[in-house]
Design a protein around this ligand. Structure first.
Ligand code: FAD
Length: 388
């Protein structure tokens, strides 16, 4: 077991930290305030080689391990949670599912879109009537005229309306009308019958739209089907999605680390009762507790990333239990750490003049999106109380 980063990883983390501090921090408040997607950051990330880091060499990617993506995300999230999420979605999520289970043509095309166009693939699972209980989803992909016709509505889809590539979870019905279980199908933005509905007025991470995707008689070629396996299709898709949980945890961890760093700095400056804040033992203990939470969260996230197992194509998928533990622990710990950091600033922390209030709103998401804390606890519980 080795807790040291190698030279290339140290350089990657330093570069990501520098980009975050110099390029992303100055405009982070603007994306939030204006509800604006940071296109210029996507291009900067693409040029720096931070999009599609996990894409296999045979498709033109650098094929870096999952832990490297985690290192980059954590550093960037200290300064801009929205931009860090773009790194997640261009390395994990839909990309992970397609790279693990898609056809070679799908993999090649998605690799090109991410690496050359900076496309941030979206993953459409959640529906108004199916969130934690995804098996209740109603969207259908019905085989017809040599292709599939998709009907249904997804909501809270990150990047909806921005992402050209959309991996949609749907119940697949074959041409004989037989239910083939839940599968994944790719639908490009602009396909007739695919429209964008309501965009959420979300509490945080407001620089990426959370949108409704509406499919009405939307015909796509048969070659767009990613997974169709009546026995294991849904399991495969959820497996493919596991890496996203590590990515989400890394964003939460980075936001919390960023807030903690700001608080430490402020405590060395702010004077009360003739002493600097850092000279009050009660406050030091609050920060020491936060430090422990951050270190524990980081170990869990790094472990899940390092233990990811290798699938064909060098796709790395974390184990379900490790990913769930990392996400449940980090989501909670990160929120507590940001809240304690904000507390160090007193009223100033509650003002929009400083980034703390935005960080608190942003970090709250990670106990919900990508599977709620309770959903993670269910998965952990299932692993310690196996069926039967
Ligand atoms: C910012 C953001 C981005 C998102 N991005 C995406 C995206 O890109 N793609 C996508 O498909 N979805 C996305 N989502 C949706 C997200 O995955 C769902 O919100 C989440 O899975 C929970 O579903 P729900 O909101 O329907 O809550 P529900 O499933 O209705 O749950 C409500 C409450 O009940 C609890 N609960 C439900 N079932 C159980 C149970 N069996 N045991 C214990 N507790 C339970 C939940 O934990 C929660 O507290 C996003 C959400 C947010 C907030």
């Amino acid at each position: 077991m080795d807790f040291q980063l190698d030279e290339a990883q140290t350089m990657l983390a330093e570069m990501s930290d520098r980009m975050g501090r110099e390029q992303f921090a100055p405009k982070a408040a603007r994306w939030d305030r204006e509800h604006e997607y940071p296109h210029e950051n996507v291009e900067a990330l693409r040029r720096a080689g931070l999009l599609g880091m996990t894409i296999p060499k045979k498709f033109g990617g650098p094929e870096r391990p999952l832990i490297d993506v985690v290192l980059a995300i954590e550093q960037i999230a200290k300064y801009c949670g929205v931009t860090a999420r773009i790194v997640v979605e261009t390395n994990m999520g839909a990309l992970g599912c397609v790279m693990a289970y898609g056809s070679e043509a799908q993999q090649r095309e998605l690799a090109r879109r991410v690496l050359e166009d900076g496309d941030k693939p979206a993953i459409g699972m959640t529906e108004p009537g199916a969130g934690t209980d995804l098996t209740a989803l109603k969207t259908r992909a019905v085989e017809r005229d040599g292709g599939y016709v998709v009907d249904g509505t997804k909501h809270w889809i990150t990047g909806g309306g921005i992402s050209k590539t959309n991996l949609i979870f749907a119940r697949v019905i074959d041409r004989e009308g037989r239910d083939q279980g839940i599968g994944g199908i790719l639908v490009d933005l602009g396909t007739p019958g695919f429209t964008i509905g309501r965009v959420e007025d979300a509490m945080g991470l407001r620089g990426i739209p959370e949108a409704e995707l509406i499919f009405e008689n939307c015909a796509v070629p048969a070659a767009n089907l990613v997974v169709c396996d009546p026995k294991d299709g849904f399991k495969k898709l959820m497996n493919g999605y596991n890496a996203q949980r590590i990515g989400a945890s890394s964003v939460a961890l980075g936001i919390a680390r960023g807030a903690h760093d700001l608080a430490l700095e402020y405590m060395g400056q702010r004077v009360a009762f003739g002493k600097k804040l850092k000279e009050f033992q009660g406050l030091d203990w609050m920060m020491a507790e936060s430090e422990m939470q951050l270190e524990a969260a980081r170990l869990l996230v790094y472990r899940a990333a390092c233990n990811a197992r290798l699938l064909p194509n060098n796709v790395m998928l974390p184990q379900m239990k490790e990913a769930s533990i990392a996400k449940a622990f980090t989501g909670h710990a990160a929120f507590e750490v940001v809240s304690e950091s904000l507390q160090m600033f007193g009223a100033a922390g509650y003002s929009r003049e400083l980034p703390l209030e935005r960080m608190l709103r942003d970090v709250r998401m990670f106990q919900i999106g990508g599977g709620t804390t309770q959903a993670q606890l269910n998965m952990i519980a299932r692993s310690i109380f196996p069926p039967g």
